[in-house]
Design a protein around this ligand. Structure first.
Ligand code: ZN
Length: 112
């Protein structure tokens, strides 16, 4: 078992199933190759989706204790490697989870 590998096919499949199955823009089903796990602490995961069809990119957060996910389109040329540099925090505090939770709540209200 390799616990350091966050990008296992199994985990990618999990995020594919629970966060995003289809591209927002063109509706093409994502494949495992489109999924990149930027960060996964077991509590908070940041996932990058890149559509193999229309090349549109999405970032998603998944808060495991809450079973909540949020997806935002990103208009950036940042590569997955560069995004990883910004998201290289080792631990997520409860305050940060709460903050994300509040943001998710807020955004849900905006879209409803
Ligand atoms: Zn697409």
């Amino acid at each position: 078992m390799n616990n350091n590998d966050n990008n296992t096919l199994e985990k990618k499949q999990f995020f594919l199933d629970s966060v995003a199955k289809f591209c927002d823009k063109c509706g093409t089903p994502y494949v495992l190759e489109d999924v990149n796990i930027i960060q996964n602490t077991g509590v908070l995961a940041i996932i990058h989706f890149s559509c193999h069809n229309c090349k549109s990119k999405n970032m998603a957060t998944f808060v495991a204790p809450l079973g909540m996910s949020n997806r935002v389109p990103i208009n950036t040329d940042l590569s997955v490697k560069e995004i990883k540099k910004f998201a290289n925090k080792k631990e997520v505090s409860p305050e940060e989870i709460l903050e994300i939770y509040m943001k998710l709540k807020k955004e849900t209200k905006v879209f409803v």
